[in-house]
Each structure stands twice: as C-alpha cells, then as structure tokens.
Design a protein around this ligand. Structure first.
Ligand code: MLC
Ligand code: AMP
Length: 506
C-alpha cells in the first residue's frame, strides 16, 4: 500500500487527544474545535466529490476570510483536489485568466460576485459553482451540512499536487506555481521546528488566506502544533492590540509592524505574553526593526520566502536576529550565482538559487517557463539579488526581476504597463516603485499620451485601472509626460523615473 503523504493526514496526526479543544476562535468568528475541523472538512469533501470532482481536479476559491474557507482548504486536501486560492481584490478580467488557465472543476466565490464569475466560469468548462461569504455562509456550507461527517482521506503521494498559487510574471502573464503535498509538509515541519513551536502556543492570525504567508506559513505552523488560532478577518491594529495579551505568536508583513508602531496603545505590557513576532513577504526596514525592539523589548524574526518555495531562509530563533538580514538557509540548499549561473564567492552580490523539498514542481502547463527558471542541476532561480555576509547571514539587496512589493503584495510593472497601453489616448507607459512609509513601496506610473484624447489626466488613468485591476495594483500617483527616458539601446531608464518620482514627493 502507498504511504499516505496527504498533508491533511499529517495535520490530523497532530490533533489533540481531546478533539473538543478549540482550534479557531476570534471576535468576529464562531469557535471551532478540532472535532469541527474533522467533521466539517469531511462534509465538504463529501460534497465536492458528490458533485463529480475527482482527484487532481482544481477547486478555485475567491472568498473573504472565514474559518469555513480554511475548512474548505482542508476538505480539498482530504479529497485529493488541488486548492487554488485567489486574492479577493482580483476583478473579473483577472479572474477570467486564472479560470481559463487552471480550468477548475469547481469554483467557489462570494455570493456578491456569483453573477460575474458564473459568466466567466461558463466559458471555462467549470462544472459546479458554489458560494461562500465572509461569514462562512452560502451554498457551500448549506449543502455540506447535509453530507456525512465521515470521509476517508484520499491517500496522496509526496509528489501529488496539493495547491496551485498564481504568481504574476515579469512578462505580464501569471504563472500557476504547482505545490505538492510534500512541498507544503516539509516546509511546515521545518518552520514548526525552527521557530520553536511548543505546547500552549496561540497564534494570532491577521493575514489574508489566499497567499503563502497567511495560508501556509501561519496556518500550517498552528495546525502542526495543534495550537489555537485567534482568527481575525483582517488586519486592524486596535484588534491586534486587544488580542495580543492572549496570544504567543504573531506573523505579519512589514506594513503590519509599521501600523502597530503608530498606535499609542501598542506597548511592552501588551506584548508580555508573546513568544515570537515574525516578519516577511517584503523587506523589513531597519528603523522598524529597531523601533519595535525599543517599544516592546521583542526582536522581530525576519524570514524570506516566496510562493514557489515557501520559506527559504530565516533569522535564528535562538541566536542573534539581525536587522536588514533574512538569516540563514532553512532545510534547502542555497547558492548565489550570476545571470549565467556561475557560482559566486561569498560576499558578492548575485541571484539566489535554491534546491530542496520545499521547491515547487513547476508552473502549471508552462514547461518552457519552468525549464527557464531551473538550472540543469535542479536549482531554482529565485530572481532575488542576495549577498552572504562575512557573518554568514544572508541579505536580500534587490531583485533581478522587475517587481514592486506593496504592503506585501507583488505587482509586476509589465502587467500594469500593458494594461495602461491599451487605454485610449495612451502611447506608452512605464511603472516603477517609490518608497512608501506604509506599504514599503508604492506603484507609480508614467504615461505618455498619443494626442488622440485631448487633455488626458492622471485621474483618468487611475479610474481606468481601478475599474479592471485589483486595488493594490492601482498607481498611487500618475505622471503624464511627453516621453520616457531611454538609453541608446532604446530601453526605458526606470532609475531616472524612480528618481523623478522621489524628487516630486520631496
Ligand atoms: C490595500 N491597498 C493597497 C494595499 N492594500 N495599496 C497598495 N498596496 C497594498 N498592499 C489600497 C486599498 O485598496 C485602498 O485603496 C488603500 O490602499 C488603503 O487601504 P487600507 O484600508 O489601508 O488597506 P488595508 O485593507 O488595511 O490593507 C492593507 C494591508 C493589506 C497591509 C492590511 O494590504 C494586507 O493584508 N497585506 C498583506 C499581504 C500578504 O499577505 N502578503 C503575503 C504574500 S506571500 P482605495 O483606493 O480603495 O482607497 C509572500 C511570500 C512570503 O509574499 O515570503 O511571505
Ligand atoms: P511572492 O511571489 O508573493 O511569493 O513574493 C516573493 C518575493 O517576496 C520574494 O521573491 C522576495 O522578492 C520577496 N520577499 C519575501 N520575503 C522577503 C524579505 N524578508 N525581504 C525581502 N524580500 C522578501
């Protein structure tokens, strides 16, 4: 018989002996015990399979944060279905691409977007549509309630797909990163061990659950530890402050820490019960790191990762956590190489390449793109410019990919530029990142009119983008310019545009 590598089986093996213990609670959610997780995930797994979804089918989900949405994820694992979460900010045009590319058997969305998404789903061969709102109600939970509370979890091989998470691409087209049960299980085990999870830990969860950070890093650590989660619908500093005294672990993007530090009520006393604060998804500024230590006495543990590999490096749990560094490699091999793959000596800046059980299986139906991002010896090219210091700590010093990270969300300039270029009255455009005190980086666009729409204004461009693209992709400022600076090769000089955007702000 095949050994069962289903990630859910691993979680279940760690459930407490007393299944009536609380797994999820929070000011805006009902309390769920581990028994509830087991039974309700069984009901959803029964429902999904009764609708005809078979092993390997994708289940696409765009819905607000609820415990029921987590249970849906567990149900997909149990049924051998491939979970495909989508950012709630995505608009119809973005959803259309994902559904067309991933061809899910089942789509689950908020009732408010059912009309728009059904229209898209009909053209993509989707068999079934169900609804789930941010309060955990909808046809999914209604119909699941009629199902049996037992379900035999489908055995999975280590290499079988558990999830597909889309990451935007430098060429503009998003790529579905295929993550296997073992990719997720191995990284979860690594983090659980490395970050010292222990009996009595309570995780305060404020991240969205459609990306690696909130869905895998935070959730998996808690599930492997049979820890209670205080599950918040969204990040709100006042609610965090109210719940920190009953928590021990908190994970956030740098923006969370910047916003917490802006609150007078965020004090050392509030953090007394806390064991660990971790940060990642974007660079944590040294000033935030230092201000946090000064205010709370806690040293934030910064780690580095990506959709394709989960967590790659981490500052030590025991040992010095250094500002401006992402620590040491976790359970994966790393090396720093130049563009051609020549390995560089320590101390030099190059692109980080990684290999290990956490590294994904490839991009969904994109064998050429997958091949292009792996070296022949199996190392994945992260695109992150990295330096290993004399102290052995790794520092992410930039990106070889043209990417902006705003509040922990990735924005690929190419995607926004292609979109703006389609706008009537626009000849061409360029998008850059500018430092932003809250979001780390802000999206800024430079637009050259073609003269066909007299008086084209910055707000017209913003309105055009806002209608079709996710809100975090909308430029915070648009400059209407006569032309774009180019070098002799004709390449747009984005550094000059960045300088100009910064100068304008000053
Ligand atoms: C919201 N807005 C953003 C934004 N989030 N703009 C730029 N960047 C963002 N990240 C927009 C809103 O639409 C709104 O626009 C305006 O900014 C102000 O909104 P807000 O109320 O302040 O936003 P809020 O709802 O509080 O959201 C901010 C946030 C959120 C920081 C809480 O962005 C967030 O949860 N970020 C976490 C992202 C994350 O989980 N990343 C992990 C990826 S995994 P308007 O025009 O409507 O007023 C990964 C791998 C790894 O990267 O290593 O972890
Ligand atoms: P995503 O595609 O959303 O998974 O984003 C992954 C990218 O976020 C990485 O390739 C890095 O560029 C960036 N990132 C994640 N963590 C850190 C960190 N601690 N410091 C700097 N960049 C980070």
């Amino acid at each position: 018989m095949m050994t069962d590598n289903n990630l859910y089986t691993l979680f279940e093996s760690r459930f407490p002996a007393d299944l009536t213990e609380t797994a999820f609670e929070g000011p805006e959610v009902s309390t769920f015990t581990f028994c509830d997780l087991q039974e309700k995930s069984a009901q959803m797994a029964n429902l999904l399979t009764s609708l005809g979804a078979v092993t390997g089918d994708r289940v696409a989900v765009q819905t607000g944060k609820s415990v029921e949405a987590v249970i849906l994820y567990l149900a997909c694992l149990r049924a051998g279905l491939v979970y495909l979460p989508l950012n709630t900010a995505y608009k119809a045009a973005e959803i259309e691409y994902f559904l067309g590319d991933a061809t899910p058997a089942v789509v689950i969305c908020d009732p408010a977007s059912l009309g728009a998404i059904s229209a898209i789903a009909n053209t993509c061969g989707v068999q079934e549509m169900l609804t789930l709102d941010e309060n955990g109600t909808g046809s999914l939970t209604n119909r699941a309630a009629e199902q049996a509370t037992k379900f035999e979890t489908v055995a999975r091989a280590a290499d079988d797909l558990a999830a597909i998470l889309y990451t935007s691409g430098t060429t503009g087209r998003s790529k579905g990163a295929m993550l296997t049960h073992d990719n997720l299980a191995s990284n979860a085990r690594t983090l659980h061990k490395h970050w010292g999870f222990t009996e009595g830990d309570v995780l305060l969860h404020a991240l969205p659950i459609f990306h690696v950070h909130g869905l895998f890093v935070a959730l998996h650590c808690a599930l492997l530890n049979a820890s209670k989660l205080i599950f918040l619908k969204k990040f709100d500093p006042a609610v965090i402050i109210a719940n920190l005294p009953s928590s021990t672990v908190f994970m956030g993007v740098p923006t969370f820490y910047v916003r917490l530090l802006a609150e007078d009520g965020f004090t050392k006393e509030i953090c007394q019960n806390m064991r660990l604060f971790t940060a990642g998804s974007a660079p944590l500024l040294e000033e935030t790191f230092n201000a946090f230590e000064e205010r709370t006495g806690h040293v934030i543990l910064e780690r580095y990762g990506m959709t394709e590999a989960g967590m790659i490096t981490s500052n030590p749990y025991d040992g010095e956590r250094k500002a401006g560094t992402v620590g040491f490699p976790l359970d994966n091999a790393v090396r720093i190489a130049d563009e051609d793959g020549n390995i560089l000596p320590d101390g030099e800046i190059g692109i980080l390449e990684i290999k290990g059980p956490n590294v994904f299986k490839g991009y969904w139906q994109m064998p050429e793109k997958t091949a292009a991002e792996f070296r022949p010896d199996g190392y994945f090219i992260t695109g992150d410019m990295t330096r290993k210091g004399e102290d052995g700590y790794y520092r992410i010093v930039g990106r070889s990919k043209d990417l902006i990270i705003s509040g922990g969300y990735n924005v690929y300039p190419k995607e926004i530029e292609s979109f703006i270029d389609e706008m009537p009255g626009v000849a061409e455009s360029a998008v850059v990142g500018r430092p932003h005190p809250d979001f780390g980086e802000a999206v800024i666009a430079f637009v050259v009119p073609d003269g066909s729409v007299p008086g084209l204004k910055d707000e017209d461009v913003i309105a055009f983008i806002k209608e079709k693209l996710a809100n975090f992709k909308v430029p915070k400022q648009v400059f209407i310019v006569d032309d774009l600076p180019r070098n002799t090769m004709g390449k747009v000089q984005k550094n000059q545009l960045r300088d100009r955007a910064v100068a304008d702000q000053e």
